[in-house]
Design a protein around this ligand. Sequence first.
Ligand code: HEM
Ligand code: HEM
Length: 163
Amino acid sequence: MARPAGYTLTQIRLHWIIVLLVAAQYLLHDTISEAWDVVRDGGEAAFHPLIAQHVLLGALVGLLTVWRLILRLVHGVQPPPDAEHKALKSVAHATHWAFYVLLILLPVSGAMAWFGGFGPGASVHNVLKIALLALTVLHILAALYHQFVLRTNLMARMKRPMT
Ligand code: HEM
Ligand code: HEM
């Protein structure tokens, strides 16, 4: 696998666009959660723009993640900073892959529930949403640890594209 000198501008833009879209999913989910309760009880959910928002932006997250995954597979990624302990390098590697898996399975499970009427899809969606939240907290803590304890200036990787 190739080891480039950094992320491309597209990879960096995709990272931050997905962060914003995911934040919107967590902040604005109330309407689809209430609508799902109605559907689960055999009723029909009335149209609401926030339902369309959750479905469309959620699907967009899935598509952008597949794009990102292809870029990663084609370009490879730069090696982790030398200062990072070997065990932490493995944790970071696993975390990054888990992000890709979760960001694809979340829209798939949501669609299975919403369009396929498959109840367990919603349960899976709910478990995955907690896993994504936990990984994001870990990821942010790791970024802070790099920035302020190891002083590897890791944040620059997701700010400045390779030249
Ligand atoms: C990465 C994309 C997505 C994220 C991060 C996400 C996140 C969330 C969150 C945080 C909730 C609230 C769960 C709760 O506590 O009640 C939720 C509920 C829900 N989402 Fe998504 N979602 C995504 C994509 C989708 C898509 C594409 C669909 C449908 C096509 C969908 C359908 C649903 C449904 C039906 C619920 C209600 C489930 C329930 O309340 O048990 N989601 N989602
Ligand atoms: C929903 C929230 C987030 C998700 C899903 C996410 C996902 C990811 C993924 C998958 C990678 C690995 C990219 C790759 O090599 O293929 C990554 C790298 C990175 N993320 Fe995030 N991220 C999120 C939030 C954040 C936040 C809030 C920060 C800043 C505090 C951040 C800072 C970074 C940095 C600095 C890297 C580069 C790490 C490296 O090259 O070793 N991320 N992120």
